[in-house]
Write a protein that binds this ligand. Structure first.
Ligand code: NDP
Ligand code: GDR
Length: 372
């Protein structure tokens, strides 16, 4: 039985990866942070009572800022594979806590690599590092001849998050070359799902669209509607992570869909799922989105109602305007084939958020009637 250790197991990707590895017969260990409220909602369905026989899922308290703790967990677990997904992953928030991000996302990666060396596990343990398309920074002149970012495109990070992650990228590559370790970077472009954190733009949009359609919210406030992202489904992307660690030679790979979409068009796609057409008028901070048509009798909003506005508080001091990745290497070498397209992703996120908002609405009404 192969043994895997996942940092960031309570996050979006950690939860899907844990499911995938359990399906493949792994013993899965995860690092979770101590928090004052529960932070395991995404993996509660995987929980196992440690008193039962044949346990293959176990959580350990830990933090990437604490090397002693990382060393101890790796010593206890003796993993065949480590997936370092733990990070402060919000680009905008990284401008507010730059030192913390450097410590967790940058030095945290070094702590994992060093722990493996200190414990003499270089020959046994394979390491996956969660690198990111934020490394490219969206500079137009750095795209390849196909107009895409690939494994050879230069980096130019545009946030404390990107700068911390570039350290993680290079230290992983350096340990591979210096100590002959099996350590790889997956340079993953944006990937989303119904489990995406609620403050990332796609989930913020699908949750608000559901709430507006169900009469629970009036208007959705967003930042830069002109940003373009290459969005895939997290389920497909964790499959790529696993494949990266199954190759004969350790290498770095870009994981992307190869198509890019404006934030504004993601809004249109989400509203289209509830039969509402959105028309945008104005430019920049003055741009607003209005209901142009409603074709679903279940979700009737007033035509001309304003449902989208721009709020500059969501702008970033430096922005990555456009990202689009070249998945040629991952498709040919890893045999990676994504199962979802953007339409399928939006459909799944909207179905899930409609159910979620509906359930919250019913609970709110039940609580009110109980009070009366
Ligand atoms: P999430 O924000 O959903 O999850 C991040 C995870 O890291 C959570 O489990 C979180 O714990 C944990 N974490 C945060 N701080 C620490 C810390 N100090 N010590 C240990 N664990 C910590 O991110 P995703 O699942 O979306 O992303 C996974 C990884 O992939 C991240 O490294 C991210 O930067 C990277 N990435 C993500 C992309 C995407 O589009 N999703 C694209 C490219 C890279 P808690 O639940 O307690 O907060
Ligand atoms: P990103 O994702 O910064 O690409 O990082 P996010 O969804 O936060 O932003 C995508 C784009 O949308 C614009 N935007 C908004 N973003 C947020 N969060 N909220 C808004 O209201 C809003 N309005 C417009 C942003 O300016 C940006 O251009 C994600 C994270 O998962 C990283 O950890 C990962 O490394 C990268 O993807 C690849």
């Amino acid at each position: 039985m192969k043994v895997a250790l996942i940092t960031g197991i309570t996050g979006q990707d950690g939860s899907y990866l844990a499911e995938l590895l359990l399906e493949k017969g792994y013993m899965v260990h995860g690092v979770k942070r101590r928090a004052s409220s529960f932070n395991t909602q995404r993996i509660d369905h995987l929980y196992q009572d440690l008193h039962q026989d044949h346990v293959n899922f176990k959580l350990h308290y830990g933090d990437l800022t604490d090397s002693t703790n990382i060393i101890r967990i790796i010593q206890e677990v003796q993993p065949d594979e480590i997936y370092n997904l733990g990070a402060m992953s919000h680009v905008k928030v990284s401008f507010d806590s730059p030192e913390y991000v450097a410590n967790v996302d940058g030095i945290g990666t070094l702590r994992i690599l060093e722990a493996v060396r200190i414990l003499g596990l270089e020959k046994k343990t394979r390491i996956y590092q969660a690198s990111t398309s934020e490394l490219y920074g969206g500079l137009a002149e750095n795209k390849n001849e196909k107009g895409l970012y690939d494994e050879h495109s230069p980096f130019y990070p545009r946030s404390p998050y990107g700068v911390a992650k570039i350290y993680g990228f290079w230290i992983t590559k350096n340990y591979r070359e210096a100590y002959n370790m099996y350590a790889c970077n997956g340079i993953l472009f944006n990937h989303e799902s119904p489990r995406r954190g609620e403050t990332f733009v796609t989930r913020k949009i699908t949750m608000a669209t559901a709430a507006i359609a169900l009469g629970e919210q009036d208007c959705l406030y967003l930042g830069n509607l002109d940003a373009q992202r290459d969005w895939g489904h997290a389920k497909d992307y964790v499959e790529a992570m696993w494949r990266i660690l199954q190759q004969e030679k350790p290498e770095d790979y870009v994981i992307a869909m190869g198509e890019t979409t404006y934030v504004r068009d993601f809004v249109r796609m989400a509203f289209a799922e509830v039969g509402i057409a959105i028309e945008f008028k104005g430019e920049g901070v003055a741009e607003k989105g209005y209901v142009a048509a409603c074709s679903n009798p279940a979700y009737q909003l007033e035509i001309g109602k304003q449902v989208i506005a721009v709020d500059p508080q969501y702008f970033r001091p430096t922005e990555v305007d456009l990202l689009i990745g070249d998945p040629t290497k991952s498709k040919t070498k890893l045999g990676w084939v994504p199962q979802y397209d953007l339409k399928g992703l939006v459909e799944e996120m909207m179905a899930s958020d409609l159910e979620y908002v509906q359930r919250e609405k019913m609970l709110k009404e039940a609580r009110l009637s109980f009070k009366n």
